[in-house]
Design a protein around this ligand. Sequence first.
Ligand SMILES: Cc1ncc(COP(=O)(O)O)c(C=O)c1O
Length: 290
Amino acid sequence: MGGGASTQFALTAMNFLKAGKVGGYILSGSFSEKAYAEARTLGDARILASSKEDGWRTLPRITDMPLASDTAYVHMTTNNTIEGSQFRDIPSTGQVPLIGDMTSDILSRRMDWTRFAMFYAAAQKNLGPAGVTAVFIRDDLLKEGNEGIPSIFKYATYVQHKSLYNTPPVHSIYMMKLVLEWAVRQGGIAALEERNALKAKLLYDVLDSNSDFYEGIVEPSARSIMNVTWRMKDEELEKRFVQEAERHGFDGLAGHRSVGGLRASIYNAVPLEACEALAEFMMDFHKRNG
Ligand SMILES: Cc1ncc(COP(=O)(O)O)c(C=O)c1O
């Protein structure tokens, strides 16, 4: 589908939130909060679990989540792009459809896809250039879609027309095809996962073995293998780190503008060598500024 993941925040609720039913939201970071806020403009949405009080440094507990019988669906974000946390375990929601925003970790690791009745991922992290979003929906959920909404916003329309109801963003789709072929050539998801875990470990090891200088933001058990976030003693030092890193060829290490700190986004396209070089730079920077 054309558009970004934010479009899906609205469309999921528009299609599957019904009168008398409630959309259940697991809040684990700012994108999940945005999805929840969007659903609230369309109907009744409730927070099932949240780690906001921990400053998103942990993940909310989602095992044994009691689900009321009027729950239309459960929505979760599998990887929290800005905060740098990622769910290892996907909850079982029984008969209640689970909807996942996988924008920042699709294709990064093996996943029990069968847990989800629907998942979506905007292309711009692991799938290709922005402009298109991959959407997967199980037939049984598709049948539940609301009728009284415009055709262009109905998932059923896209399925009936094989994604060609209107002009799709063909360039982004073509690029996604090339990226998917590349992913297969790398050995598929299992091989990418292995490489991503190694890449992330290199950086987390530096944070852990230099903890007097770098402070990992996310609790170790919740750490993401796609977005590694950390802080330093003060903003001045962080600024210097970013500037020096840029001079060494490391771009975009400043944390998201909404949270500050530092963030290394190590999506599939980032090679192992780049993480090795960054780990080395980080250790050297510590030596010179510690
Ligand atoms: C997990 C997640 N969800 C949603 C979004 C929003 O995506 P878009 O900018 O395509 O609307 C992003 C953007 O990076 C994201 O990382």
